[in-house]
Design a protein around this ligand. Structure first.
Ligand code: AMP
Ligand code: ZN
Length: 462
């Protein structure tokens, strides 16, 4: 296949991807904090890195790629939600983890190899901190443990920030127990009433950055191939993960490729839970938006570019999928050829996951499918569409089900298809009276027809 090239934030350029071990390709992505249903922005990394996972599995083999994505289940916002309901934090985190899994499944996201949690990794986190203290990279003071940035020679190199920028950017607290204001928390006492874990440094809870360093080491090892997350995490989160892990591992790099997705905004406003400017995936699914349409919408922009989430974007995604599913429905009786994903799709994805280009390539295949005059050519086009869909996580639905036709009998479907063909012929012959009569007959049956470049698709009005 074409060589895979990925934009590496650490190098600030695209680099050819070469894994440490072709038989064990590893990737980690920073996951959501589970205190509320995830908004569609949270699902951008989930869907984008799922495409990368699928691509790597295709190249190296399904069982050769290990993907670890955590759930952050220790957090002030979780504590606040639990206190408000008068329940333990596990009630909150289990509820929103369950919802996250449902949403991910609706968006055709493959299950991860590992899904570590901070609470599940507490012993590893504590042991990691102990090693940093023993090696002189961290110190305990007044119930806190702090990472000493002065002990790390390369601190700031990844995010390319000066110490002044870093202090301003992280809004760091100047606290009496800190040797240097840039030192960051590995462990801290819990606020009264909040959950606390026993540790050699006193009861408390870990800092957010150390959780990821420990979970990466435990689930995947010291140096991994790919580390991903949203662009907001470059500093301080990833800078700090790198400092902790590199120091604990005697200079071994944490990851060889750093990938960051651009932000999703809502009609041009930055989308985040705390800004109250939020569309949750769960609410969209409840309102009848198809999971696959949300996925298509998220893939309609290249992952590093900002993406503005608008009603028009979702509508376009839905219409595009209707056209493609329409083609698959027309080829229902054709057995798909068992073919490799088409070159146009592979080349686009291999170039730093150019998903808009890959999606455009689907329409070239769809056009070919419509013009195909032999069953072989139809089988080839259908096979290519399905193989591409496998890589992109699309076309998981049965085409009839996509158009809501599960409960419509085969005879009735055939009759409606016949009427639509007849209407098209009447129009062509300029017999508008006949065309209108057929349209009225279809409307009476509850058929909603949509004309597109690949022909007419239809569904039953819900
Ligand atoms: P959080 O739950 O905020 O910790 O975020 C979980 C993941 O989603 C992280 O990788 C974030 O960088 C990413 N993320 C959060 N908000 C957005 C957004 N609006 N657009 C794109 N990615 C986001
Ligand atoms: Zn992380």
């Amino acid at each position: 296949m074409t060589d895979l090239v990925l934009y590496d934030t650490a190098a600030r350029r695209k680099r050819a991807f070469v894994p440490i071990d072709e038989n064990r390709v590893t990737m980690y992505v920073c996951g959501p904090t589970v205190y509320a249903p995830a908004h569609v922005g949270n699902f951008r990394p989930e869907v984008v890195f799922d495409v990368l996972f699928r691509l790597l599995r295709h190249v190296y083999g399904e069982d050769k790629v290990l993907f670890s994505r955590n759930f952050t289940d220790v957090d002030d916002k979780i504590n606040a939600a639990a206190a408000q309901e008068g329940v333990g934090i596990n009630v909150i985190t289990e509820r929103f983890t369950r919802i996250y899994h449902q949403d991910a499944a609706a968006l055709n996201v493959l299950p991860k190899t590992f899904e570590p949690t901070a609470t599940g990794a507490m012993a590893d986190i504590i042991a990691f901190i102990e090693r940093l203290i023993a090696d002189g990279f961290a110190y305990a003071a007044e119930g806190h443990v702090l990472f000493s940035v002065a002990a790390s020679e390369t601190y700031g190199a990844f995010s390319r920030r000066s110490l002044d920028d870093m202090l301003a950017g992280a809004r760091v607290e100047v606290a009496p127990y800190k040797k240097d204001p840039a030192d960051f928390v590995l462990w801290k006492p819990s606020k009264p009433g909040d959950p606390a874990w026993d540790s050699p440094f006193g009861p408390g809870r870990p800092g957010w950055h150390i959780e990821c360093s420990a979970m990466i080491e435990t689930s995947l090892g010291e140096t991994i191939d790919i580390h991903g997350g949203g662009i907001d995490l470059v500093f301080p989160h990833h800078e700090n993960e790198i400092a902790q892990s590199t120091c604990a591992h005697h200079g071994a790099p944490l990851a060889n490729y750093w990938l960051h997705n651009g932000f999703l905004s809502m009609e041009d406003e930055k989308m985040s839970k705390s800004e109250g400017n939020v569309v949750t995936v769960h609410a969209m699914l409840d309102q009848g938006v198809r999971g696959e349409a949300i996925r298509y919408g998220l893939l309609s922009g290249q992952y590093r570019a900002p993406l503005d989430w608008t009603a028009a974007l979702i509508e376009r995604a839905q219409k595009s999928l209707d056209r493609l599913y329409g083609v698959l429905r027309r080829l229902k009786s054709v057995d798909a050829a068992d073919v490799a994903p088409p070159a146009g799709v592979m080349t686009a994805l291999a170039d730093d996951l150019n998903t808009p280009k890959a999606l455009a390539a689907l329409f070239e295949i769809a056009g070919r499918a419509n013009k195909a005059e032999t069953v072989d050519a139809q089988a080839q086009a259908k096979g290519e569409l399905l193989a591409a869909g496998q890589l992109l996580g699309l076309f998981k639905s049965n085409p009839d089900a996509w158009f809501g036709l599960d409960s419509v009998s085969d005879e009735e479907c055939a009759q409606i298809d016949r009427l639509l063909t007849e209407r098209a012929e009447a129009r062509k012959a300029k017999d508008f009276a006949r065309a209108d009569a057929i349209r009225d007959e279809l409307t009476a049956k509850g058929v909603q027809a949509e004309d597109g470049p690949e022909g007419t698709t239809w569904r039953m009005k819900g």
